[in-house]
Design a protein. Sequence first.
Length: 481
Amino acid sequence: MAEIAVDYDGLIPNNVGLNADPRLRRALEQWHPTYLDWWKDRGPDGFQDNLVYLRTAVGVDQEGWAKFGYVRMPEYRWGILLAPQVEGRTVGFGAHKGEPAWQEVPGEYRAMLRRLVTVQGDTEPASVEQQRLLGATAPSLYDLRNLFQVNVEEARHLWAMVYLLQKYFGRDGREEAQDLLRRRSGDRDTPRLLGAFNERTPDWLAFFMFTFFTDRDGKMQLHALAQSGFDPLSRTCRFMLTEEAHHMFIGQTGVGRIVEATCAAMKKAGIDDPHNIARVRALGVIDLPTIQKRANLHFSLTLDLFGSELSTNAANAFNAGLKGRYLEDQIDDDHVLSGATYPVLRLRDGAVVREDVPALAALNMRLRDDYVADAESGVERWWNRIIERAGIDFRIALPHVAFNRRIGEFASIEADPAGNLLSAEEWARRRDDFLPTASDNAFVASLMRPERAPGKFAAWIAPPRTGIDNKPGNFEYVKLA
Ligand code: BYC
């Protein structure tokens, strides 16, 4: 099948042939004004009239898919872009393995597929809402621009899911698309669908932790959906992953730069003990134990996004060929998993034990294990290496999966970061050693003052190694005038 070239001229840039599909175009054009109202109301607070140096997707080739330039955010070209169709692609796993990939929704799986697309779609605007107040306290123009880049691209990911809903799910798809703009992160009556997307992102440390940990869940889930036998979903997610990589880069370098500023200030002041929190804070940088507590919080909140240890939803989605495993097409097995088992951590008689369970039921945990390995390697390579190089005796470590959980097996118990089970009293007594306290958060908040001169950075965060699009250090990423 010939590829449809990217149409960049119309209201909605796309490579899905929107001009030849008037019904879909009308549905999207009707959705657009409500979307813009949502963006103005719940998107970044302020800065809507400022020129921001953003990248915009203009193609789907590996090379040269984006261009950089100054745009006002409401004028950003949110487009619908799918990765190129793979000739002769087949369903790669489950009961339909080997059959041609679906170009239309398979009737028997309609509800399940709509649910997956809706849940994925719901997270995208949720994250924009969570981050909407951060612009006021950006530690530099570089960071301000990165925040807005993440925001416009998460909003484009909303467009990507809305396209699928409106193109393939008729009337109820259009209703779901409206509801995606109606729910609100943290709202008591109409909250977002998944727990972590109703939490606050109150400061820049939270933003960087979120983009490191929670966007990485996005990466894993998008990879699993990119394996889908429903080809339009697969192609959509493959292109979204191209953008997602930069969001995680912002998180890992963001926390890395905070760690770097802390280590440099400690060395300069001759402080060897990272646990001397009062002295470190007096230098105007964030102490490493507080960074560890924030990592404990964001990691455990994000683990909840993988669902329960044993899940029939996950087994059904796999059997149906709708949601695969991470890098399914590179795994060497039968891709059906009928007799296979997988080891899962469970709670048995008050103890955490590893138990072999049917692999189909354990797919959420398999994806979560891949996630944990990916996050762990990021922590080592980006954060701990910086601390090590500074010669400071401290390591950031990810907590045990039983720590601070609200979903699944461990929601009913308390555990310390090493995975030792604690009584409710002991948890209450020691909680503040593990998770950020009100006074930790107040200290971080006290540092959040905007730095708006080009090339200048707040003292608690080091400048990046290189600029965006190779721009020089004093580049004006956001024109504030
Ligand atoms: N909060 O069978 P179970 C991203 C519900 S992030 C509330 O274990 P399942 C991004 C569950 O819905 C990636 N409810 O779960 C990142 C189910 O309800 P029903 C987003 C929860 O279905 C940063 C029941 O509990 N994409 O892209 O196997 C910025 C039983 O659960 C939660 C996806 O998640 C929770 N945490 O797995 C921007 C992919 N967990 O059906 C964007 C699409 C579970 O009984 N979603 N429940 O009413 C999915 O694949 C699955 O829905 C989940 C849950 C993995 C989320």
